[in-house]
Design a binder for this molecule. Structure first.
Ligand code: DC
Length: 218
């Protein structure tokens, strides 16, 4: 069974999707982390986004894994633990451009379908309910007020030693949403049959309970 949780940046997707998966006993998959991994590789190898050949090679050599260690999720890129690195501002500001490339999307979508093939998954992203699993049994689309989202992002960044003002973050979040929604290939969009959840005034527990109850009661 697939539970798809999509929505714009910093709407509480990761935190709540992780807990929803835990409560349902499903595997959690953070597809944004996958796009962040390839972005990190692109930056490290100074690959031009127009260089299709170099990108193809990079994709072929990339091995992304999720590992649960002491209750936390570790993201490994070719064995290396990149869980913190992929959240750095350099990666965040470039990830929308990298994830808009058709070559990148095609590979990631195949990989995501492959991983979810034989297991129940809570899959979090931008295009899960529309493109990756349009027939997902449950689809949620999370939204939240811009300032609330910026405050959440600020706390996430502080946890990894980065500081940005709320104004900077509101602008950054809006820019990324515009890019993710405006791209040609699988743009960020609410699936017609997704349930919209406004998380602006909800606690994490409330968001999680809402989604878990919905799944359990149907
Ligand atoms: O959820 P996140 O902020 O970690 O996602 C990072 C970027 O990856 C986001 O700006 C757009 C892209 N992304 C995507 O295009 N499709 C997905 N399914 C998940 C993320």
């Amino acid at each position: 069974m697939i539970v798809a949780i999509d929505g714009p940046a910093a709407t509480g997707k990761s935190t709540s999707a992780k807990l929803v998966a835990q409560k349902l006993g499903f595997t959690y998959m953070d597809t944004g982390a996958m796009y962040r991994c390839i972005t990190l590789s692109v930056l490290r190898n100074r690959i031009e986004l127009e260089d299709e050949k170099a990108l193809k090679l990079l994709i072929q050599e990339m091995d992304i894994r999720f590992e649960k260690t002491n209750g936390t999720l570790v993201v490994r890129l070719n064995e290396e633990d990149v869980s913190t690195l992929i959240r750095k501002p350099e990666v965040t500001s470039y990830v929308s451009a990298v994830s808009a490339l058709p070559q990148v999307r095609e590979h990631m979508v195949n990989l995501q379908r492959q991983i979810a093939k034989d297991q129940d998954c809570v899959m979090e992203g931008r295009d899960i309910g529309t493109i990756v699993f349009p027939k997902a049994e449950y689809k949620f689309f999370l939204i939240a007020d811009d300032t609330v989202r910026a405050k959440r992002r600020q706390l996430d960044l502080q946890a990894i030693g980065e500081n940005k003002t709320i104004d900077e973050l509101v602008e950054e979040i809006r820019r990324r949403d515009a890019f993710d929604s405006g791209r040609f290939h699988s743009p960020l969009r609410k699936a017609d049959d997704a349930i919209e959840v406004d998380t602006s005034k909800l606690t994490i527990d409330e968001q999680v309970d809402f989604m878990v109850n919905r799944v359990k009661n149907h």
